[in-house]
Design a protein. Structure first.
Length: 80
């Protein structure tokens, strides 16, 4: 561990707490979406299409991310 981090057992306790509550997955999903969005925008800027590509992007259920989206998908699949 880097010298600026607390002892590993303390870090691990936080990781386990975040993993068990779904926060780690949520953070990962948000980071992945941010990277994908940045890549699309960078590609659009390089191609010269810029705003037209950005405006054409779909924002499917933007209020749901990560584990909440998976939970909704599971509820919809089970019919509840």
């Amino acid at each position: 561990m880097p010298s600026g981090f607390p002892p590993w057992p303390r870090v691990y306790v936080f990781f386990v707490r975040w993993r068990d509550t779904g926060l780690a997955a949520e953070l990962h999903d948000r980071l992945r979406e941010a990277v994908r969005t940045a890549e699309v925008e960078a590609r659009a800027d390089r191609s010269g299409r810029g705003l037209a590509v950005r405006e054409g992007r779909r924002h499917h259920r933007p209020h749901l991310t990560g584990c909440r989206r998976r939970e909704e998908d599971q509820r919809n699949a089970s019919g509840t």
